[in-house]
Ligand binder design. Structure first.
Ligand code: NAD
Length: 324
C-alpha cells in the first residue's frame, strides 16, 4: 500500500521549536519530524529527548536531527530560528539578526529542492515572512506566518474569563502586526454567533466594567509580562504551530489569523500582516476580507505603515535582489 509520509522540519530547535515539536508529536500530526539548528548538538539532543516520548503517545513519529539537504521532500518547514527579544526590546528590534539568518538559510533550503509550505514563527514574524516569500520565490499561498494567531487566542482567553464562556466558542481576531500596532476587529467578534458589541450593549453592567481598549493593550503586552517572569514565551506559540500544521495536513479549510502576503486585499500589496485566512493542504486558500469599520480600517493602515517603515529601513529590495 502506498502512503504519503507526512514530513515536517523545524529549523531552530530552541524553546519555541522544541515546544512546537513536542506538541506535534503528542498529537501525532506527522510521520517524520526533522530537527535542524545551527547548534547541531542542540538539535541532536532535542531529537533524542523527543524520540523518547513516542512510547507514551498514540502514534509513531520518527524524530531525528538533520540538515538543509534533507528538506527536498518535506511538506512543511517551520522556521523558529533566531533570538527572542530581550527585556526592553520590541520584536522589531530583532529584525536585523533575523533578516541575516533568512538571507543565509532560505537559499540553502531551496537548493534542497524544497517545494512545500513555509510556516514562520521567528520574529518580527510579519517582516520575516515577507523576506522568506521574496527570497524563496514560492507562491504566496505557501509562505505563511503565525501572525496574530497567538494574539487572537490571547484575546479569546481574556474574553472567556470575563464572559465565562469557552474561548473556542468565541470568534474574532486581532489583526495587523504581531506587535504593538495590532488591533482587535471588535466589530467582528462574536460569541456563539452573537456580536460581542451587541451582548455588551444589551447586558450593560452585568460583566463589570469592560474596557475593550485595555483588553487589546493587555493582549499586546502579555508576551512581555511572560518574558519578564520566565525569559520568553513558547507553549502558546508551540501549540499554535502544531494547530496550523494539523490544519494544513487535514485540509481543514479552517480560518485562522495568519500573516499572509497581501496582493490587493485590504488595499495593501507587497506586505505580510495578520489577517483571517482559510488554510488548506495547499496553504492559504483565501484571505477573508472583513468589512472593517472606518476606525478599524485606520488602525489597519497604521499597522501596515509601521511594517512598511521597518521593511524600508532594512533596504530589503536591494538585499533580496543580491541573494536571488
Ligand atoms: P531560542 O533562543 O530558545 O531558540 C532559537 C534557536 O534558533 C536556537 O537554538 C539557535 O541556535 C537557533 N538558530 C539561530 N540562528 C540559526 C540559524 N542561522 N540556523 C538555524 N538555527 C539557528 O529562542 P526561542 O525562544 O525559541 O524563540 C525563537 C523565535 O521565535 C524568536 O524569533 C522569537 O521572537 C519567536 N517567537 C515568536 C512568537 C510568535 O508568536 N510568532 C512567539 C514566541 C517567540
Amino acid at each position: 500500500m502506498q502512503q504519503h509520509i507526512r514530513k515536517v522540519a523545524i529549523i531552530g530547535t530552541g524553546l519555541v521549536g522544541s515546544s512546537a515539536a513536542y506538541s506535534i508529536l503528542n498529537q501525532g500530526i506527522c510521520d517524520e519530524l526533522i530537527m535542524i539548528d545551527i547548534n547541531k548538538e542542540r538539535a541532536i539532543g532535542e531529537s533524542l529527548d523527543l524520540s523518547h516520548c513516542i512510547d507514551f503517545t498514540n502514534s509513531r513519529t520518527k524524530v531525528h536531527a538533520g540538515t538543509y539537504q534533507d528538506l527536498g521532500d518535506v511538506d512543511i518547514v517551520v522556521i523558529t530560528a533566531g533570538p527572542p527579544p530581550k527585556p526592553g526590546q520590541t520584536r522589531l528590534d530583532t529584525l536585523g539578526i533575523g533578516a541575516k539568518i533568512m538571507e543565509d538559510m532560505i537559499p540553502q533550503i531551496m537548493a534542497s529542492g524544497f517545494n512545500g509550505i513555509f510556516l514562520i514563527a521567528s520574529n518580527p514574524v510579519d517582516i520575516i515572512t515577507y523576506l522568506v516569500w521574496k527570497i524563496s520565490g514560492l507562491p504566496r499561498n505557501r509562505v505563511i506566518g503565525t501572525g496574530t494567531s497567538l494574539d487572537s487566542s490571547r484575546l479569546k482567553t481574556y474574553l472567556s474569563e470575563i464572559l465565562d464562556v469557552d474561548p473556542r466558542s468565541i470568534y474574532g481576531y486581532t489583526m495587523g502586526e504581531h506587535g504593538d500596532s495590532q488591533f482587535a476587529a471588535w466589530s467582528h467578534v462574536s460569541i456563539g454567533g452573537k456580536p460581542l458589541l451587541q451582548i455588551l450593549d444589551e447586558r450593560k453592567g452585568e460583566f463589570g466594567h469592560i474596557d475593550l481598549d485595555q483588553i487589546v493593550e493587555d493582549v499586546k503586552k502579555v508576551g512581555f509580562e511572560i518574558l519578564k517572569r520566565k525569559g520568553t514565551t513558547y507553549y502558546g506559540i508551540g501549540n499554535a504551530i502544531a494547530f496550523i500544521t494539523k490544519s494544513i495536513f487535514n485540509d481543514d479549510h479552517r480560518i485562522i489569523a495568519l500573516s499572509c502576503v497581501l496582493d490587493g486585499e485590504y488595499g495593501e500589496s507587497e506586505l505580510c500582516t495578520g489577517v483571517p485566512a482559510i488554510i488548506t493542504r495547499e496553504g492559504i486558500k483565501e484571505i477573508i476580507e472583513l468589512r472593517l469599520t472606518v476606525e478599524e480600517q485606520e488602525k489597519f493602515r497604521k499597522s501596515t505603515a509601521v511594517l512598511r517603515d521597518y521593511l524600508a529601513s532594512l533596504g530589503y529590495e536591494e538585499k533580496i535582489l543580491a541573494t536571488v
